[in-house]
Design a protein around this ligand. Structure first.
Ligand code: SF4
Ligand code: SF4
Length: 103
């Protein structure tokens, strides 16, 4: 793991964060739990149409939206700090996290 990004905690312990890498849209039920716990604005709820394409949600007026279901997406992966709160709270085990290569 020496070539992976890690930080030294105040205790002196080494911690290797694992960052959000993938989200399984097949399993996702769009419950929004992960969105609520993410402290970094990484995630975004979108509509998924019958062709598997993402559709931006209109906000408070859903009536004309043509989507099959709502799914969470990783909208801003670069903002992730690797806390894994999203994976811990997800009831469907949608998330894959991975350590990052050190620069
Ligand atoms: S690991 Fe933490 S910061 Fe990254 S997407 Fe999940 S909740 Fe947000
Ligand atoms: S917590 Fe899991 S099932 Fe719920 S919206 Fe997030 S990824 Fe989807």
């Amino acid at each position: 793991m020496s070539d992976m990004f890690s930080v030294t905690l105040p205790s002196g312990a080494i911690w290797t964060p694992t960052f959000v890498a993938a989200l399984d849209e097949e399993k996702c039920i769009g419950c929004g739990r992960c969105f609520r716990v993410c402290p970094r604005g990484v995630l975004e709820l979108v509509g998924l149409d019958e062709d598997g394409e993402h559709i931006a949600l209109a906000g408070d007026d859903d009536e004309d939206d043509e989507y099959e279901k709502k799914v969470m997406t990783i909208a801003h992966k670069e903002l992730c700090i690797g806390c894994t709160a999203c994976a811990k709270i997800c009831p469907k085990k949608c998330y894959t996290h991975a350590a990052a290569a050190a620069l």
